[in-house]
Write a protein that binds this ligand. Sequence first.
Ligand SMILES: Nc1nc2c(ncn2[C@@H]2O[C@H](COP(=O)(O)OP(=O)(O)OP(=O)(O)O)[C@@H](O)[C@H]2O)c(=O)[nH]1
Ligand SMILES: [Mg+2]
Length: 203
Amino acid sequence: MNKNLLNLNLYYIKNLLKTSKMLQKNTKTQHLLYKIVIVGDGGVGKSTMVQRLLTGLYLEQKITIGTDLATCDFEIDENTTVMLQIWDFAGEKRFRFFLPNYARGASGCLLCYDITRHTSFDNLIEWYNIVKDNAVDPVFILVGGKHDLADQRRSVEFVEAIEFKNKYNIAHIFETSSKSGLNNNIIFETLTKAIIEKRKGII
Ligand SMILES: Nc1nc2c(ncn2[C@@H]2O[C@H](COP(=O)(O)OP(=O)(O)OP(=O)(O)O)[C@@H](O)[C@H]2O)c(=O)[nH]1
Ligand SMILES: [Mg+2]
């Protein structure tokens, strides 16, 4: 065989191998999309928590009207990427009638309260019931916000929150602070991984 033809053949074989490796990698990579809802009384810090996740900064937020929508990408491992579609729901009572519709199709839910305001903890059951009745078996995570104020103004003890978690079979619980950043990323990562685990075999 002439030398040029041999080189050409080698070139084609090399490219063929490269393409087949790329195809193998692509077929293995999963790109998942999950909708999550963030609920809890007005002013507990939901939107600030989302902004902290998206920007890494503590940014003062205006009251949410209806719902705010954001997306965030997570690389779970080299074969799995997830886009979280985050529905940050208004806590004010006048927007409550929207929630049943917005909760539909949610795979996960962050149930949020403010550790310095006990009423926001007492009202969690209402939020929990609306989401549970309108989404199909979502993963719930309990989130106590404003942990930076724990020393001066805590009114919800962590043990109380653990009791709630156990009673309602909630997957995880975290206290967080958007001011210090405590547990901010891990809440969303844990929720994402728990959803993937729960949906294994369904997708
Ligand atoms: N100390 C402290 N204050 C916080 C923290 N997060 C939020 N806040 C304060 O709480 C206020 C309300 O925060 P938002 O994020 O708007 O609360 P929200 O839950 O989205 O409220 P709605 O949109 O009305 O449902 C903010 O203006 C901040 O002053 C936190 O981690 N620590
Ligand atoms: Mg808000």
